[in-house]
Design a protein around this ligand. Structure first.
Ligand SMILES: Cc1ncc(COP(=O)(O)O)c(C=O)c1O
Length: 402
């Protein structure tokens, strides 16, 4: 067979939109690339523990949905989400204290798509939004595409500092408040109940919607459960939740819960994006959850992450030099380390990777700059031995550079 060479084209002269040319690739994805060699101990990603993915139950669920629903599970489906899953999600939210109907639910392809839909529905270039500082880098990526400006609010151990929220709401008139109130990414901080009430009051008094990005709320492994922003704030709040951290991120199933009129807008925008979320994965998850398999699975995850967090915190206490602080979260996947001001976590990363340990440095979580002396450590994806060894290697590196 004669293999023809493909005709070439001068792609560099194609009229790519200027705002797309400006897009930066995700620093985390770049770090994941360098840290994915098998001998690197990586605290970089936000990966759940793969050994906990319920393989046998997924095999069961796959057979079950094919037998029960037949070809429908491979067909196009509704943009809102398959009705049984929407009903189940609404029922669960209602039981958890937020009265919800199917009109309030929009299924999405991961919460990352939820963030993209939020940006599309609310933001025109140059609009301000209000976020915590630091904030989730994936949200910044989604919002940056729409040329968003950021009014940022610092956090203490109880979450957003409310005086700053008030000041920035009035000064910048943001389109919405974006928060990760429970086990915040990257800091691991959880907003206290009092702050939740204060935030809702402020938002309601100015009628600004709150987007509560909540992938980790269900992964509380210590301390008392707190009321969700949605259960306090009702229609003032649009919640984003996902099966990524409580089941498996590769399934890409998440959902939004918000006022019915706004959900109609999200549905229309979603139609332009991908018509609907993966039908088969929605059925798989529906069958799995309806069979009562999710709760025991979440309990397993919590047990595992509690052990890992404890080992990481203990090793940090034993090995890290004086002058470094870190958060000790009651849930989620991350803790946040602050080094002395003069140390750049970004500059230390290449040497860390040489020593076969990786983390994510702070700057990408600061949309207006900052965070040079910070690093995010993930504790869900390494083994216990890996945590002890990797934190030890980091401690040595830091001692040499303090
Ligand atoms: C705060 C936050 N929002 C959204 C996402 C995206 O989640 P999903 O896998 O559902 O797209 C993540 C993932 O790490 C996250 O940490």
């Amino acid at each position: 067979m004669v293999v023809k060479e493909a005709r070439s084209a001068n792609v560099n002269q194609w009229g790519i939109a200027p705002h797309v040319l400006e897009l930066k690739s995700s620093v985390i994805r770049d770090i994941l690339k360098i840290s994915s060699q098998p001998d690197v101990i990586s605290f970089a990603g936000g990966l759940p523990a793969a050994e906990l993915f319920p393989q046998e139950d997924m095999k069961w669920a796959l057979k079950e949905v094919l037998d029960k629903y037949g070809p429908a599970v491979m067909q196009y489906s509704l943009s809102r989400g398959i009705p049984p899953l929407c009903e189940l999600l609404a029922e669960r939210a209602t039981k958890e204290g937020s009265p919800t109907t199917v009109e309030n639910i929009q299924v999405t392809s991961g919460s990352q798509q939820g963030l993209e839909l939020v940006a599309r529905v609310f933001i025109t270039p140059g609009d301000y939004i209000l976020t915590e500082l630091p904030t989730y880098v994936g949200a910044v990526q989604a919002f940056d595409y729409y040329q968003t400006k950021y009014a940022t609010v610092e956090m203490d151990s109880e979450g957003m500092i409310i005086d700053q929220v008030k000041e920035k709401l009035d000064k910048y008139k943001p389109k919405f408040i974006y928060t990760i109130a429970s086990f915040h990414n990257p800091t691991g901080i959880t907003m206290s109940t009092e702050r939740r009430h204060q935030l809702i009051e402020l938002a309601a008094s100015r009628n600004v919607p709150i987007i509560d990005d909540n992938p980790y709320g269900a992964v509380r492994f210590s301390g008392e459960a707190l009321p969700s922003l949605k259960s306090i704030g009702g229609d003032q709040v649009i919640t984003l939740q996902t099966f990524s951290k409580i089941l498996a991120p590769g399934l890409r199933i998440a959902w939004m819960n918000g006022p019915a009129e706004i959900m109609d807008r999200f549905e229309k925008v979603k139609q332009c994006t991908d018509l609907h979320t993966n039908t088969l994965c929605q059925y798989l998850i529906y069958e799995y959850v309806a069979a009562g398999k999710l709760e025991p699975h979440i309990e397993e995850i919590k047990k595992d992450y509690l052990t890992k967090r404890n080992v990481m915190v203990k090793t940090l206490r034993e090995t890290f030099p004086e002058g470094i602080t870190w958060t000790e979260p009651d849930g989620g996947l991350f803790l946040w380390v602050e080094l002395p001001k003069h140390i750049s976590a970004r500059e230390l990363l290449p040497e860390a990777v040489k020593r076969k340990v990786a983390y994510v440095y702070g700057e990408p979580f600061y949309p207006n700059g900052g965070g040079e002396n910070c690093m995010r450590l993930n504790f869900s994806n390494a083994t216990l031995e890996g945590i002890v060894e990797g934190i030890g290697r980091l401690a040595e590196l830091l001692k040499e550079n303090m």
